[in-house]
Design a protein around this ligand. Sequence first.
Ligand code: MN
Length: 297
Amino acid sequence: MTINNSNVTTKKLRHLLRNTTSHWVGNGFPVRSLFTYSEIGPQISPFLLFDYAGPANFPPTEKRLGVGEHPHRGFETVTIVYDGEVEHRDSSGGGGKIGPGDVQWMTAASGIVHEEFHGQDYARKGGPFEMVQLWINLPSQYKMSQPRYQSIVNSQIPVAPLPGDHGAVRVIAGEFNGIKGPAQTFSPIQVWDMRTASGQTVDLKLTAGHSAVLAVLKGSVSIIDTGSIGEAEVAIFDQQGDHIRFKSEQDTTALLLSGQPLGEPIVGSGPFVMNTADEIRQAKMDYLSGKMGQLVS
Ligand code: MN
């Protein structure tokens, strides 16, 4: 008997992004931007930006390392900590400290100002630091809604085994094999933090018509007919098709991002991402006139 596979189609690899240049965000985050919306926005929608900070080693210090007060409007910032600690405080009253395995899901929406620093306990001890910050776009109808802050700790994130014990998926947002992640989102999104074992082939069922991005943080994978994709490299797949398949060449840590494309214009400037140039001008005025609030010291 043959199995009818006619409904299974593979998402084709569209781009391989390899960004080796690094810049500092404030004095705390040595960042490689693995993708930004400026070139490939519609393909990766609703994802806008992927900043990979570290891995780096910081010596002990009494100084506050990080980035001081700055605004955001029109999207969400999602911070995933692998090593070290990040402290955040924002003008909507949100705040907290997150450590390894924890996630901070901040909805800037109509506007916040915030600061992001290394946690004080971590800073005093020093040591390895590694985190990811994603920017995820909001549908236009939610861009001016109330800011929101979700602190998601490691123990709230379910771990789903990959079929055949080929690894595991921490389901941060969306659903994997019926297991739901804790993040509340404004459009259908999958954020899966994956560990895959060396030598294993991984086949992931995704949604036809949704964007799909695989970012390798540690280790390496190969995708059919392609060379290796290693540390800090990103594979961007076609929205058509409903599967991706890759082979782990080493024990690998990778983030899989997938979502329903918003299909709306993306107009951004610095910390603001809206739909029109007028809305960007308004965002700048609103920030300068204090309408995004301020941090209470
Ligand atoms: Mn920020």
